[in-house]
Design a protein around this ligand. Structure first.
Ligand SMILES: *[C@@H]1O[C@H](CO)[C@@H](O)[C@H](O)[C@H]1NC(C)=O
Ligand SMILES: *[C@@H]1O[C@H](CO)[C@@H](O)[C@H](O)[C@H]1NC(C)=O
Length: 348
């Protein structure tokens, strides 16, 4: 019986790769089967670096889930390039490093199961509104492009000819959320690093958990810049070589934020305590390589969950408990938490 169980489990965990019929010349196709009686399978197709003259769409097996079309000089994406058989089942698509300057508004519309899209290292300046409409995208990498602005309308629902009107009169309002969910609210990770953004884009209301704005020419971050990003856990705003100021209350509303990377912002010299207002969940703050070498006193009151702070020039501070004092009448007095640093004379 035990033997049978073990056999069953090993069947369940078995991952097999087998050859695939009709794999396009120059691509590598792989099927991974798993589950009891191979009931689940993933087909990965890797056409990285394929010769540019190839006819489009590149033929792929019918049930392809993961497709890598990076570095094949695709150029502007037309309506038909990603509309072949096999494309509708894609969960993940890599079209990075392809000199893509434009994306036809309907170029991605057939990819209705797409969760992960890598468009990094292209020449995109803008995207048409609703470009990602209807796709269950959770992760989009737009790093290393030329966006000067980013409009979250790209996630909005496509509207055919005019506005959608919703008549709510004579109704008891039970839930408005079903209406506002018209936006594609799956997006969890957005990478906009290494673009030409001069200010923090408005992303209010997106259910992002990770956001990177690294290496953009942003000069200042203003009050409420990240308002309504209540699910954000990790925010990276590092290597902003023009950043001079972060206004008080800039991070207001980031109630779930655990990691804030502000490293390598050389021109950033000071931070007022109110900058950190509202960061109740923040555990890790990185200011290494920034112009900020000391922090305002009583930091801990502003950052109740902080565990680690890294400052310029190798200064690292972490939370420790100060040994409680023994009082003859009261006994052990409550422990105090302090941040201890690896450099003498810095106490927060
Ligand atoms: C965002 O993009 C940058 C540059 O391409 C990369 O270094 C970083 O790892 C990316 N972040 C994530 C979470 O993928
Ligand atoms: C802080 O950022 C620097 C530079 O980006 C990096 O090398 C370092 O590992 C980071 N430190 C922590 C504690 O995350």
């Amino acid at each position: 019986m035990l033997l049978l169980l073990c056999f069953g489990l090993s069947m369940l965990a078995a991952v097999q790769s087998s050859g695939v019929k009709n794999c396009h010349l120059g691509c590598r196709c792989e099927v991974e089967s798993f589950g009891l009686f191979d009931s689940f399978s993933l087909t990965r197709v890797d056409c990285r670096g394929l010769a540019p003259s190839t006819t489009m769409p590149i033929p792929i097996p019918l049930d392809t889930t993961h497709l890598d079309l990076s570095s094949i000089a695709l150029g502007p994406l037309s309506e038909t390039m990603l509309a072949g058989p096999g494309y509708t089942t894609l969960v993940s698509l890599d079209i990075s490093s392809n000199r893509i300057t434009k994306i036809n508004p309907n170029a991605l519309s057939k990819l209705r199961y797409l969760e992960t899209l890598d468009l990094s290292h292209n020449d995109l300046v803008s995207l048409s509104p609703s470009c990602f409409s209807g796709l269950p995208l959770a992760e989009v990498d737009l790093s290393h492009n030329s966006f000067q602005e980013f409009d979250m309308d790209v996630f909005a629902t496509k509207v055919n000819g005019g506005a959608v009107s919703v008549d709510l009169s004579h109704n008891k309002l039970v839930s408005v959320s079903t209406i506002s969910h018209g936006k594609a609210l799956h997006i969890q990770s957005l990478n906009l690093s290494a673009n030409q953004l001069s200010r923090v884009p408005t992303l209010a209301g997106l259910p992002l958990r990770y956001l990177s704005l690294d290496s953009n020419p942003i000069t200042r971050i203003t009050e409420g810049a990240f308002a309504q990003l209540k699910d954000l856990v990790h925010l990276s705003i590092s290597s902003l070589h023009e950043l001079q100021e972060i206004e008080p209350y800039s991070f207001k509303g980031l109630q779930s934020l655990q990691v804030l990377d502000l490293s390598n912002n050389h021109k950033l010299k000071t931070l007022s305590p109110a900058v950190f207002s509202g960061l109740n969940s923040l555990q890790e703050l990185n200011l290494s390589g920034s112009g900020v070498v000391s922090l305002p006193n009583n930091m801990l009151t502003h950052l109740p969950s902080i565990k680690s702070i890294t400052l310029g020039r190798g200064i690292h501070c972490w939370r420790t408990q100060k040994q409680g004092q023994f009082h003859p009448q009261l006994g052990q007095v409550q422990h105090n938490e302090v941040l201890n640093c690896n450099v003498e004379g810095i106490a927060l």
